[in-house]
Write a protein that binds this ligand. Sequence first.
Ligand code: PNS
Length: 160
Amino acid sequence: MKRALTPGTFDPITSGHLDVITRAAQLVDEVVVAVAASQKKGPLFTLEERTALARQATAHLPNVRVEPFDGLLVDFAHEIGASIVVKGLRAVTDFEYEFQQTALNYQLSPELETVFIMSPPQYMYLSSSIVREIASMNDAKLDEFVPACVAEALRAKFAR
Ligand code: PNS
């Protein structure tokens, strides 16, 4: 059984994330969406909220499950028996950061393979931080960028 991890902070999960997860799910037997605690990033949504939103957003994908984790990605991959890490690659600006993380993870665990899925043009500049910014200013535009359950959660978060 080929099991892949799609890790991230998912604060919150976006349509771009969902595109990568959906495409990864077509390539392997099972995808585990690994929601990192990422406390240092001071996330808008709690780990429980981010996990719940990712679960709702991926509920229609039968070979996808969502798990929170705290600690090293390579340790979590071993714990759940994943042999592949799948990440999305958007604009060139992602490259340096992803290159660094991939090199580090390789050093920590050479048998864990990292592969990248290129974002399609409509998600090339989409990120959770952009989505949070849009939500804080004009929540009418959210539905273009996130699944409906996430748009609802963002509206509730920013309700004044
Ligand atoms: O969505 P993000 O914030 O870009 O995802 C980054 C993430 C969570 C994949 C990365 O920070 C991570 O793997 N964190 C777990 C801790 C870890 O393993 N750090 C060393 C690898 S860089």
